[in-house]
Design a protein around this ligand. Structure first.
Ligand code: SAH
Length: 261
């Protein structure tokens, strides 16, 4: 019994440690009650890190009322003026979505998403994005995501309330952390790339494609969106990004564009 209790404590600590790297990012939420309900949904599953990008109204009494005993999480919620700021320090970005968009993205079910999030190597945080009540995530926001996560639903009526989507995601993360804690998280030499570093890479890629005459600014089509999809799928690590940027700089020099980054 004593051994079992000690094991339980260790595994509870491990579950808490795995979950502590996961931040939920609510974008441009309209109803403050949803923010409060999301905080409660997170806390009951042992998730702590709530980030809010340009919420319509926050702080707000409606949010506090809906949070119930989770108002500590609301008080610690970090409010950001931009998605860039909310993603700083994150190597993996997952976007939750009720529907597909014009350029389909790799899509996972909830279980795969939870497993992928908890298996992320490299020690940086993992961000899970939740969109606005009325129209979800924008295309630009989706292109910041490595993968999209869809909660399986009735095909005729598939849009969950925001806080309920948060609840289902948080539950799946907790279940995965409980079953996998301790054996799935071996360290490797893979060094995750921070979301901000990825944006610098995409800026460099765009500039190089212009410099070498491959990207026609008058007719960009979906080239950059497709490039983002490719690299988000490939998940290059920091060394590989350095190599790619070296190649871009060499191509810029070869095209006579001296100030290669
Ligand atoms: N009408 C919007 C739905 C917004 S619901 C749309 O079609 O995109 C608000 C948020 O809840 C979504 O942006 C998403 O983050 C989450 N959500 C709702 N239903 C979901 C589902 N079935 N799978 C994954 N996320 C969902």
């Amino acid at each position: 019994m004593i051994i079992k209790a000690a094991q339980d404590t260790r595994s509870a600590a491990r579950v808490a440690a795995h979950l502590s790297r996961i931040r939920f990012v609510l974008i441009n939420t309209t109803h403050p009650g949803n923010i409060g309900a999301a905080a409660r949904a997170m806390k009951v599953m042992g998730l702590q890190s709530l980030h809010l990008v340009t919420p319509k109204t926050f702080p707000c009494a409606d949010a506090t009322a809906m949070a119930s005993g989770a108002d500590d999480l609301l008080q610690r919620a970090v409010v950001h003026g931009s998605l860039d700021s909310a993603l700083a320090g994150c190597s993996l970005v997952l976007g939750t979505s009720a529907r597909l968009r014009s350029l389909p993205m790799p899509q996972m079910d909830l279980r795969m998403a939870a497993e992928g999030a908890l298996a992320e190597q490299g020690g940086q945080d993992i961000a899970i994005l939740f969109g606005r009540e009325r129209y979800g995530l924008t295309n630009d926001e989706m292109q910041r995501c490595h993968q999209l996560v869809h909660i399986e639903t009735n095909p005729d009526y598939g849009s969950l309330n925001l806080a309920q989507a948060v609840q289902v995601m948080a539950y799946e993360l907790r279940m995965t952390a409980l079953t996998d804690a301790g054996n799935q998280f071996a360290p490797t030499d893979w060094v995750g790339v921070d979301a901000g570093q990825m944006e610098l890479f995409y800026d460099h890629l765009e500039q190089s494609l212009l410099d070498i005459g491959f990207l026609n600014p008058a007719q960009p089509r979906k080239l950059l969106a497709r490039m983002r999809r490719l690299f988000n799928r490939a998940r290059p690590d920091q060394n590989e990004i350095n190599i790619l940027r070296g190649i871009l700089a060499a191509a810029q020099r070869a095209a006579g564009k001296g100030d290669a980054k």
